[in-house]
Design a protein around this ligand. Sequence first.
Ligand code: FMN
Length: 156
Amino acid sequence: MLDLAHAAPSGMNLQPWYFYVLNNLEKNRAIAMEVCERAKEQLAAKAKDAHDRGCSNFLFYDAPTVIYCCVPKGTGFTNEFDLGLAVENMMLFAQQNGFCTLPVGLAKKFGEDIIRKEIGIADEHDFFIALCVGYRASDSGDAPKPRKEEYAKWIE
Ligand SMILES: Cc1cc2nc3c(=O)[nH]c(=O)nc-3n(C[C@H](O)[C@H](O)[C@H](O)COP(=O)(O)O)c2cc1C
């Protein structure tokens, strides 16, 4: 998976990504719980939904593996886009091989400092998104969520 991420195209071939992989359910759960604790009042409905589905947290949904995806500071102007391409490569590979992934933007919104400390993210890296990797929960449903009707304009 990481090799496929690293094969993604990038602006000026800067390859502006760096991945910290934590393959430990208990440690990922502990990080998620700490972030959830901070965010729970703002996200009570989401937390309830996760709880109803049998997860002990709503942030990483008890995924055993979380890839903490970073971009190097102060380089390139397409870093986040490039990282998105790399992450999408991992998500497609995982899906084709029977795994389930979820990118979690809330990890940065509510827990950047917690994650920096617990994962030991280097000063030269900005944490951007957490990619959860695991197996699909039996009750999560396979149907894609509805998409907006209006999303493109044909000029000619
Ligand atoms: C950049 C990004 C960040 C996301 N962050 C979260 C998140 O923090 N928590 C979550 O439960 N889902 C998160 N998602 C999942 C989206 O909510 C989901 O992809 C969207 O609702 C469409 O659903 P579908 O992918 O099942 O069709 C994120 C997705 C993307 C692409």
